[in-house]
Design a protein around this ligand. Structure first.
Ligand SMILES: *[C@@H]1O[C@H](CO)[C@@H](O)[C@H](O)[C@H]1NC(C)=O
Ligand SMILES: *[C@@H]1O[C@H](CO)[C@@H](O)[C@H](O)[C@H]1NC(C)=O
Ligand SMILES: *[C@@H]1O[C@H](CO)[C@@H](O)[C@H](O)[C@H]1NC(C)=O
Ligand SMILES: *[C@@H]1O[C@H](CO)[C@@H](O)[C@H](O)[C@H]1NC(C)=O
Length: 338
């Protein structure tokens, strides 16, 4: 239904689609605003209401628990299996594809590409059971590594951790690799915030040339590296044009350096219309998990060893991409790595 150039959603939508939209709406709002929401609400409650004691009681916990995001987090199997996450994944839909076994007698670093605007595939696949990670990779525990700043927000941090997100610092990544256990899969969105500024439909530009820290950590601890390519991650939002060198792009780059997170100006859809809004579009996201690259432990790797393993990782990521692009992507040109 189209009125004055605005395309409205039809009225007779089946219930499951409405629930899917609702699941994505609540997630998008939480992603964009719940952190600051919790912070401002806590300050308000503390200074302006008689319930200030709730915040006062929370403060010692906030202090006591401050290292948890770095030390494995606090994931909860029940929260990860909430039905809302299945609706969330079915909206796009997000699908998880396995191309090789990841036996649980090792630890893994999964490199997730591309970042997209909000990494919906990273969250749906690895921070929830919405696509059935536990049954596809039995015996593995997945954790999604996200910006450390997210864990500053009171209450929000506790909620976040229940789904299995931890912070993306070096210490956090190493935590899973230095303890006795195996069967841990840490999912790192390698391209980081700057990659989001290049995320737009039908492009596949990834930021990997100078990202070598995770390679070094894999060598130091003998963790297997697994390339993951998420086709469609860049398609779910449009973005206001910001070609390289433009005023907007330079400003966004500068802000990213200052804040640690980037601010792409997103163009999505609304709840009742398909023309404006901040909701992602219903476009498929196919996340393909590649074969593991086994890495021999070397406590003090040389630059040469790091470069060699990095090149091997890039080659297997490009192969993974080429093997699946015809099935899952509209843009079949080769992967652009910057
Ligand atoms: C992951 O690592 C932790 C810490 O070393 C360990 O306790 C756990 O058994 C490992 N495996 C799984 C599947 O969580
Ligand atoms: C395909 O992706 C590449 C790499 O991101 C991009 O440069 C190119 O413009 C894209 N092609 C189309 C037709 O969108
Ligand atoms: C990819 O191509 C299909 C078929 O032409 C089209 O329906 C879909 O919208 C395209 N996806 C994107 C992200 O442009
Ligand atoms: C489309 O939906 C968005 C979000 O729900 C809303 O902000 C916007 O005003 C709507 N546009 C029209 C023309 O209804």
């Amino acid at each position: 239904m189209k009125v004055l150039g605005i395309e409205f959603a039809p009225l007779n939508i089946p219930l499951h689609r409405r629930l899917e939209t609702l699941a994505v709406l609540q997630w998008t709002l939480c992603f964009l605003g719940l952190g600051f929401g919790c912070l401002f609400l806590s300050i308000y409650v503390l200074f302006h209401t008689k319930y200030y004691w709730i915040v006062l009681l929370y403060l010692p916990w906030y202090y006591y628990d401050r290292m948890t995001p770095t030390n494995g987090g606090n994931q909860n199997a029940w929260v990860r299996r909430w039905r809302v996450w299945r609706y969330f994944c079915n909206y796009f839909p997000i699908k998880l594809h396995k191309t090789a076994e990841l036996p649980p007698d090792k630890n893994y670093i999964l490199g997730y590409h591309p970042h997209g605007i909000m990494s919906v595939g990273g969250f749906g696949n690895f921070a929830t059971e919405g696509t059935g990670f536990a049954s596809i990779f039995p015996g593995l525990t997945a954790r999604l590594l996200i910006l450390r700043g997210q864990f500053m927000f009171p209450f929000y941090r506790d909620y976040l951790m229940l789904s299995g997100v931890v912070d993306c610092s070096k210490e956090s990544l190493e935590w899973h690799l230095t303890k006795e256990g195996t069967g841990n899969a840490s999912v790192l969105v390698v391209g980081g915030a700057v990659e989001a500024l290049r995320a737009r439909p039908n492009t596949n530009t990834i930021n990997l040339k100078n990202r070598k820290g995770f390679i070094k950590i894999a060598l130091k601890h003998g963790a297997s590296l697994v390339p993951v390519f998420s086709f469609g991650e860049n398609d779910v939002f449009d973005q206001v044009p910001n070609p390289e060198g433009s005023f907007l792009f330079n400003l966004q780059q500068k802000m990213t350096r200052i804040c640690g997170f980037s601010m792409p100006i997103i163009q999505g859809r609304g709840v009742f219309n398909y023309t404006f809004g901040i909701l992602p579009f219903r476009r498929p996201v196919n996340t393909v998990v590649g074969a593991p690259i086994d890495v021999e432990k070397c406590s003090n790797p040389s630059q040469e060893q790091i470069d060699k393993l990095h090149a091997q990782y890039v080659t297997s990521l490009m192969k993974l991409y080429d093997d699946h692009k015809d099935k899952y992507s509209n843009n079949t040109s080769t992967l652009e790595i910057i």
